[in-house]
Design a protein around this ligand. Structure first.
Ligand SMILES: Cc1cc2nc3c(=O)[nH]c(=O)nc-3n(C[C@H](O)[C@H](O)[C@H](O)COP(=O)(O)O)c2cc1C
Length: 221
């Protein structure tokens, strides 16, 4: 696949076919993604690939925590508390596009919740890749992590599978660490759902928008 097509054609995929992704393909994705650049070639990523019963146990435990009224307790804050209005507008547009594609009205809290809860099952993907970093690492290393995560998503496309990066899977990091026998010195950044896309599902039939280059670029000669 052409690299530009891989980048432009990637979209967060929220419905997957009931078809496993082989260990060989999952290995190939990571074997490709590991070529991401990182400061001083530190390669700060640590990964757990979760399928089958292990994946099911994590999903069940997170859902049980939610239903018991436990509040998410992520290892890091994703968004600033003072989210600037411009970004807030984009967030609203993002939600509208998702729920619009599914015909879910703004006031239909029940269906919105049901859709949200699908996060905790990796949207039905057969595999989830959990991404960890040592808690002592600084922002620069987090930059490296972003490149690694994007590499995973692009490499997946090269292998014919699609992905959804999911901060939702990092909302209860202790549950994930407990299942994967990982101690709290490793912080959970996100999960990535990996599977064969169900392109017939309406949730996979819309695209989010992007600002044009001129909106975010200044040129100096
Ligand atoms: C680090 C990260 C975490 C995300 N977490 C979630 C998530 O928990 N659930 C979800 O449905 N989408 C999640 N997304 C997907 C974004 O909503 C999506 O990337 C954005 O709307 C742009 O759409 P696109 O990925 O289809 O281009 C996440 C994206 C990133 C990069």
């Amino acid at each position: 696949m052409d690299v530009l097509d891989a980048i432009i054609g990637r979209a967060s995929t929220r419905a997957f076919l009931d078809r496993p992704v082989s260990r060989g393909i999952l290995h190939k994705i990571l074997d490709t993604a590991r070529w991401a650049p990182s400061g001083v070639n530190s390669q700060p990523w640590q990964v757990c690939v979760v399928t089958g019963e292990s994946k099911q146990r994590i999903s069940d435990s997170i859902v049980a925590a939610m239903e018991a009224g436990h509040k998410p307790n992520p290892d890091y804050r994703y968004y600033t508390k003072e989210f600037p209005e411009l970004y807030r507008e984009r967030q609203v547009a993002c939600g509208k596009a998702l729920y619009g594609a599914l015909g879910i009205q703004r006031e239909d809290k029940q269906r919105r919740k049901e859709q949200w809860m699908k996060n905790y099952h990796g949207f039905g993907a057969p595999a989830e890749i959990f991404i960890f970093i040592e808690s002592i690492m600084e922002k620069g290393s987090w930059l490296d992590m972003g490149m690694f995560v994007q590499n995973i998503m692009l490499a997946a496309r090269g292998c014919g599978v699609e992905t959804c990066p999911q901060a939702a899977l990092a909302e209860f990091p202790d549950i994930v660490r407990n299942e994967l026998k990982i101690d709290s010195s490793r912080h959970l950044i996100c999960g990535i759902a990996v599977g064969y896309a169900d392109f017939t599902d309406p949730v996979n039939q819309y695209r989010t928008e992007r600002e044009s280059v001129d909106q975010f670029t200044e040129w100096f000669d």
